[in-house]
Design a binder for this molecule. Structure first.
Ligand SMILES: Cc1cc2nc3c(=O)[nH]c(=O)nc-3n(C[C@H](O)[C@H](O)[C@H](O)COP(=O)(O)OP(=O)(O)OC[C@H]3O[C@@H](n4cnc5c(N)ncnc54)[C@H](O)[C@@H]3O)c2cc1C
Length: 454
C-alpha cells in the first residue's frame, strides 16, 4: 500500500524515534507497536486503518502526544501519528473553525483565532494537541463558566473501523458524535478533523494572585471552599502549591483568579470577592486585578510544564463539606516531593448541567498533582508519594478525569454508569472486532469503578 507519509515497521531505521519522539512524558513505556504510520493526508488515515485490518494489527492514535500515560504507544498496534496534518480554517460566516487533531490548542489555534478576534476554550498548556484533549472532555480556559471544550464541538470527521471517512454531528452518525465527546482513548475511530464553535475573544484579561505560607493552607482553602460557587462565571479560579523562588524558597499556596471579561471595570467587580480573603493580611504577595494577556498566561503554563521530564500525574473529583475535603487534600498540597512538583485545586462550581455526551462525570472541585523529575532513581519515591496523597483523598473522591489519569496504575470512575454502558453498546456496533486499542488499563481492563468500592 502506498502512503503520502511514511510507514515504519518495527525494526526499521527510524522506528524508535517514530515510536516515542513526539511523546511528552519522557518516562517512556516499553510497549512495542508493530508499526508507525506518519500520516501526511486524510487519505493516509483511511489507508492506515485498512492496512491494519489486513495485517491483523490494532490501531492506536497520536495527535499531540501529550497523554501522560502515553496512550498512543501500544503493543502490536499500528500507531497512526497525525502530527503531519495541520489544517486550520476559520469560517467567518458561521464562527466555526476546522482544525486537525494535532493542532496545538494554545500555541497554534489560540493565536490563529486571536488574530481574527475569536477564542476557543483550549487547554492550558499551549503544546497539548486538541485531539486527545477534546476526546476526553477538555478542561480549557474558564471551564467553570464556559463548560467543557467538548461542548463546543459542532462536528467531527472520523475514519471508522471499516475504513470509511464520515461526518458525525447531532444529525448524522450521532452515536459517534456522542462518543467523541468524552470517550477519550476509548474512542473507536480516528478523528481527522474537528469543527469547533468559537466565541468572541474576551476584551480584557485580569489576574488576581495571592501567595500564602503553607501554614495558612487550612484557613485559606476553607474560605475558598465556602465562596467559590458565588464568584462570577467569567472567572477561572485555581489554587495551587508550588515552589516559586521569586516569592520564597519554600513552596507557597497561590490563590489565582483570572477574569476573562469585557473591560477593566468588569474585571474589578468580578474579582472583588478575593479581597475578602480573611488571610489576605498575611499574604507574601498580593496582586489585584492586574491586566494580563493570553500569551502571558500561556508562557506561565509552559514554565510549569517543562519538556524533557519524567512525569507522574493523578487527579480526583472531590465532593463534601470543607471539614472533610480540606484535611483530605492537605498532604497533596503541603508535602510536594520536589521543587518542580505542583498540586492544583480547580473550581468547577457552581456545577453546570452537561449536554448528552460521553463525558458525564464531574464535581465542584478538581484536584490534580503533577510531579516532574529527571533522574530515574526517583521514579519509585515520586510514584509512592502520588499514590499516598491520592489515597488520603478517597473518602471525598467521586471519580477522576481521564486527561490526568493512568488507569493502568489506578482505576477510578470516569463516566456515569449509563454513559459507560452506552459506550460499550456503541463500540460493539462500530468496532465489533476490537480494531481500536481502547482504554489502557490493568489486566482486568477498564472498570469505570473506584477501586475501593465493591
Ligand atoms: C503539559 C500538559 C498539560 C495539560 N493540560 C491540560 C489542560 O489544561 N486541560 C486538559 O483537559 N488536559 C490537559 N492535559 C491532558 C491532555 O489534554 C491529555 O493528555 C490529552 O490526551 C492530550 O492530547 P494529545 O492529542 O496531545 O495527546 P495524544 O497522546 O496524542 O492522544 C492521547 C490519546 O487520545 C486519543 N486520540 C488523540 N487524538 C485522536 C484522534 N484524532 N482520533 C482518535 N483518538 C485520538 C488516542 O487514544 C490517543 O492515544 C495536559 C497534558 C499535559 C502533558
Amino acid at each position: 500500500m502506498r502512503f503520502d507519509g511514511e510507514l515504519l515497521l518495527r525494526g526499521d531505521a527510524g522506528f524508535e524515534a517514530a515510536r516515542v519522539d513526539r511523546v511528552f512524558n519522557r518516562r517512556l513505556p516499553a510497549r512495542a507497536p508493530a508499526a508507525v504510520l506518519k500520516a501526511a493526508s486524510e487519505q493516509d488515515v483511511v489507508r492506515g486503518v485498512r492496512l491494519a485490518c489486513e495485517r491483523g494489527w490494532q490501531v492506536a492514535v497520536r495527535s499531540g502526544g501529550h497523554s501522560w500515560p502515553q496512550w498512543s504507544v501500544r503493543d502490536e498496534a499500528l500507531v497512526l501519528d497525525l502530527g503531519g496534518l495541520q489544517e486550520l480554517e476559520y469560517d467567518e460566516a458561521t464562527g466555526v473553525v476546522r482544525a486537525s487533531p494535532a493542532v496545538k490548542g494554545g500555541a497554534v489555534l489560540g493565536p490563529y483565532l486571536a488574530a481574527r478576534g475569536r477564542f476557543f476554550v483550549g487547554g492550558h498548556c499551549p503544546t497539548v494537541g486538541i485531539g486527545g484533549f477534546l476526546l476526553q472532555g477538555g478542561q480549557g480556559w474558564n471551564a467553570r463558566g464556559w463548560g467543557w471544550a467538548a461542548e463546543h464541538v459542532e462536528a467531527v470527521d472520523v475514519v471508522t473501523a471499516d475504513g470509511e471517512l464520515v461526518r458525525a454531528d447531532a444529525t448524522q452518525n450521532s452515536d459517534l458524535y456522542w462518543a467523541a465527546r468524552g470517550a477519550g482513548p476509548g474512542f473507536f475511530g480516528v478523528v481527522t478533523r474537528f469543527h469547533l464553535r468559537t466565541m468572541p475573544a474576551p476584551g480584557h484579561l485580569a489576574l488576581t494572585v495571592q501567595a500564602y505560607r503553607l501554614e495558612d493552607f487550612d484557613e485559606v482553602m476553607t474560605w475558598l471552599h465556602g465562596v467559590h460557587a458565588d464568584v462570577a462565571d467569567t472567572v477561572e479560579i485555581v489554587a495551587l502549591t508550588k515552589t516559586d523562588p521569586a516569592i520564597s524558597t519554600a513552596p507557597v499556596l497561590l490563590v489565582t483568579a483570572l477574569a476573562l471579561v469585557a473591560d477593566a471595570a468588569e474585571a474589578d467587580r468580578a474579582l472583588a470577592p478575593f479581597r475578602e480573603n480573611p488571610a489576605l493580611g498575611r499574604a507574601l504577595l498580593a496582586v489585584d486585578a492586574a491586566p494580563t494577556t493570553a500569551d502571558e498566561q500561556r508562557r506561565r503554563q509552559l514554565e510549569d510544564n517543562p519538556e524533557g521530564h519524567r512525569w507522574a500525574v493523578d487527579n480526583a473529583w472531590l465532593s463534601g463539606p470543607a471539614e472533610a475535603v480540606v484535611p483530605a487534600m492537605r498532604r497533596a498540597f503541603t508535602t510536594l516531593p520536589n521543587d518542580t512538583a505542583f498540586t492544583i485545586w480547580f473550581s468547577m462550581a457552581p456545577l453546570r448541567a452537561l449536554p448528552d455526551m460521553a463525558f458525564s462525570l464531574q464535581s465542584e472541585i478538581y484536584l490534580a498533582s503533577y510531579v516532574p523529575w529527571q533522574n530515574p532513581a526517583d521514579d519509585a519515591r515520586n510514584e509512592e508519594w502520588l499514590a499516598s496523597v491520592m489515597a488520603d483523598l478517597e473518602p471525598v473522591t467521586v471519580g477522576q478525569y481521564l486527561g490526568d489519569s493512568d488507569l493502568s496504575r489506578r482505576q477510578l470512575r470516569f463516566m456515569s454508569d449509563d454513559a459507560w454502558q452506552r459506550l460499550q453498546r456503541i463500540r460493539a456496533v462500530r468496532d465489533p472486532g476490537g480494531l481500536f486499542v481502547g482504554h489502557l488499563a490493568g489486566p482486568d481492563g477498564p472498570t469505570n469503578r473506584n477501586h475501593w468500592e465493591p
